[in-house]
Design a protein around this ligand. Structure first.
Ligand SMILES: [Zn+2]
Length: 84
């Protein structure tokens, strides 16, 4: 059996499933705006399968304390595209 590499496990805020950190998008909100994590402050994780999840806009709104879910979702997609 191949030895398993040690990987940190994190939870997706939408589906609450646990994944290796490398399989998740790490995000944060600054002054209500969504952005990729910049190594400072609070962050949260989203798995790629949840990008189109019906609960994702609500979760982003909650994390960012910002009710502009359409703008948050557009920003999320931008972040994911730029990340890849
Ligand atoms: Zn998920």
């Amino acid at each position: 059996m191949a030895q398993k590499l040690h990987q940190p496990i994190r939870m997706c805020v939408v589906c609450r499933e646990r994944f290796a950190q490398s399989a998740l998008v790490r995000l944060q909100c600054r002054e209500g705006l969504l952005q990729p994590y910049d190594n400072e402050g609070r962050s949260f994780y989203l798995c790629l399968a949840c990008v189109e999840h019906k609960k994702t806009p609500g979760q982003l709104a909650r994390q960012c304390k910002n009710g502009a879910t359409v703008a948050l979702m557009n920003r999320l997609k931008e972040i994911i595209v730029n990340d890849g």
